[in-house]
Write a protein that binds this ligand. Structure first.
Ligand code: MN
Length: 285
């Protein structure tokens, strides 16, 4: 199933792709909610009901023109650093022996088509294409062999990074450089696990103004999805709608000679096999 959150006249609502277009889930079945996090909280049963609603319901007369992030309001945005060996090398960092974990504030989340706002306070904004895991079922201390039962699906993610703030501020914290408003585009859809298959076999690319800057495969991940879910849940409870950015392959702008930095009017596309294309344009603050 391919699920979206879209902006309607009355606010955010959720829909699923059917043969004739998107079907609004709550319109098709009033027992279904209008928010993605609430749907995910219903567990496998909620997704089954949503599947039935696509079959029984009719597509929206007016197809959504404005998408939001599939989960516009995750409680947690967890990110993995240096999770591709060749990206660690280009960053001048050793290959990590344990996952490198940081986070973004949820206020950074945006959807497909939303602007990435280049902040007045940063002049070194860089791009990073990433596979994003969306948690379905709550869990703590999730064993690796049960990890996929806690994953609802996947989306394309863009870990926009202010390198001057990530690397040049006291204390070595990445949080602020990763958390400017609009620095976490996500989408366009939540694609459920059954449609994606093995998340460790997906081509992943980033195009900047049509030119391919990153081109890899998630089989290069040092720490795969199930290991990350197990590792993170050892520390904190993973909740429905939480998202995990799994790290970026090589080819980022600040590691290039000369450096490539985002400038107003750039169009950035993150494409992941079987998941989709997330497209955002940059604007100056
Ligand atoms: Mn990243």
């Amino acid at each position: 199933m391919r699920l979206i959150t879209y902006q309607s006249e009355t606010g955010p609502r959720i829909a699923a792709a059917g043969d004739g277009g998107y079907v609004d889930l709550n319109q098709a079945d009033s027992a279904l909610p209008t928010a993605m996090k609430t749907l995910l909280q219903m567990g496998v049963e909620g997704l089954k009901q949503a599947q039935a609603a696509i079959t029984d319901g009719s597509p929206l007369d007016q197809q959504p023109s404005k998408l939001m992030a599939p989960v516009p309001d995750p409680q947690k945005v967890i990110c993995i650093g240096l999770n591709y060996a060749d990206h660690a090398a280009e960053s001048g960092s050793p290959i990590p022996e344990e996952p490198v974990i940081f986070n973004k504030f949820p206020t950074a989340v945006r959807g497909h088509g939303d602007a990435i706002v280049l902040p007045k306070l940063s002049d070194q904004v860089d791009y990073e294409a990433e596979l994003v895991v969306i948690i379905g079922k709550q869990g703590r201390h999730i064993p690796r062999e049960q990890a996929f039962a806690h994953v609802a699906g996947y989306a394309c993610g863009h870990d926009v990074s202010g390198r001057d703030w990530q690397l040049g501020k006291p204390g070595g914290q990445w949080l602020m450089g990763k958390s400017f408003d609009s620095f976490a585009p996500l989408g366009p859809e939540l694609v459920t696990c059954d449609e994606v298959g093995d998340p460790g076999q997906l081509g992943i690319q980033l195009r900047l103004n049509g030119e391919t800057m990153q081109d890899s495969n998630t089989k290069q991940l040092i720490f795969p999805v199930d290991q990350l879910v197990a590792y993170i849940s050892g520390v904190c409870t993973l909740k429905p709608g939480d998202v995990i950015f799994t790290g970026t392959p090589p080819g980022v702008g600040f590691a290039r000679q000369p450096k490539v930095l985002l400038k107003p009017g750039d169009v950035v596309e993150v494409e992941i096999e079987r998941i989709g294309v997330l497209r955002n344009e940059t604007v100056a603050e």
